[in-house]
Write a protein of this length. Structure first.
Length: 355
């Protein structure tokens, strides 16, 4: 946490801001290690304060040894104002993309002598590049997905429902170390494969269908994410064509993405191949996204994003083709951006699997 706080303070100095108020749970965890559900951080040039209520006082003291833990016996805004006055804080950064209008208005009223300055983007920039501790945890979370996929592939057969597969995946992940699932799992079979976020239903899998499975686990607070598409029974020419096109585009993107390129350029690695293959209009989402303490973080590997990729960013690479009335294919891996390449974290087989 010490290095993260130093980087945060450097950002505050660059912006000419005296202190930062942190309210978003993921950011609180990132800068303090606190995992409770109710807290605020106030970080000044010299002091770290964690304000929480009676339920979490002992937990905060155990998890956040480099913070002064304060009992929230009063309203958060009142306590924060007292600390700001005592520390002569005149400008305060805040998370404008998290705090709701009502809370903002309350702070504006109570902190009347302090200038509130938006600071969300600076925090996002810090969190985009993962340190080695984060990378190790994310690798662990990715490895768990590989284990779960190897388990679930043995259970896929005609007649089983999408929801049964999703429940079995969730049970396996939690039984083997996951704190939670990263998101509502996608299990989309047959025509439902044309829905990029087709969450599992009671529909039964049928012979001749493609089945897209998108799932993830939370390990030590960090999210993982992987997608595979398999075929039940006999494959037809259209299915094979689309699958091979998506696989080719996904592997090409993984082989060529690296630090120094923009997110837009990364997106084009796969999109150009799918466009040339005649299915560009059916690839409607971005190539991928960052992930960490949240399942969707910056950077966004999107067509209109000029963010420059940096070594240490962890992203998904997940091109897809979704054709209404026919079905769809998505293949997704997690990867660490390096100087000249990417290190793929999810290792499960991507070659066409016909069950």
């Amino acid at each position: 946490m010490f290095e993260r706080l130093n980087k945060l303070r450097s950002q505050l100095i660059q912006k000419g801001i005296d202190a930062i108020l942190i309210s978003k749970p993921q950011n609180i965890r990132y800068f303090s290690g606190f995992t409770g559900s109710s807290a605020q951080l106030l970080i000044t040039g010299d002091y770290n304060y964690l304000i929480t209520d009676f339920r979490y006082l002992e937990q905060a003291k155990e998890q956040c040894s480099n913070y002064t833990v304060i009992d929230a016996g009063k309203k958060y805004s009142t306590i924060i104002n007292e600390l700001i006055v005592n520390d002569h804080i005149r400008s305060l950064g805040f998370e404008e993309d998290y705090i709701v209008v009502k809370t903002y208005e309350e702070y504006m009223h109570v902190l009347s002598s302090t200038v509130l300055i938006p600071f969300s983007q600076e925090i996002k920039s810090l969190r985009m590049v993962k340190d080695q501790t984060e990378i190790n945890i994310i690798k662990k979370a990715a490895s768990l997905l590989d284990e779960a996929y190897n388990h679930i592939i043995q259970l896929i057969k005609p007649g089983i429902t999408e929801k049964d597969l999703a429940l079995e995946l969730e049970f396996y992940l939690k039984k083997n170390g996951a704190e939670d699932k990263s998101f509502e799992f996608v299990v989309a079979s047959g025509l439902r494969g044309a829905m990029p976020h087709g969450v599992a239903t009671t529909k039964k899998l049928n012979y001749g269908e493609m089945v897209t499975i998108d799932f993830g686990a939370v390990v030590d607070g960090y999210c993982s994410d992987m997608t595979r598409t398999i075929i039940l029974g006999k494959i037809n020419d259209w299915q094979r064509k689309v699958y091979n096109l998506v696989l080719e585009s996904q592997e090409y993107a993984l082989q060529n993405i690296c630090s120094g390129m923009t997110c837009q350029q990364a997106d084009s690695l796969a999109r150009d191949l799918i466009n040339n293959g005649g299915f560009g209009e059916y690839f409607g989402h971005s190539l991928g996204h960052g992930l960490g303490l949240e399942i969707h973080e910056d950077p966004k590997l999107a067509q209109r994003d000029d963010t420059i990729l940096k070594t240490g960013m962890v992203v998904t690479i997940e091109p897809g083709v979704y054709v209404p009335g026919l079905g769809g294919v998505r293949i997704e891996d997690m990867a660490l951006i390096n100087k000249d390449s990417a290190e793929v974290f999810t290792k499960s087989n991507k070659q066409l699997v016909i069950i």
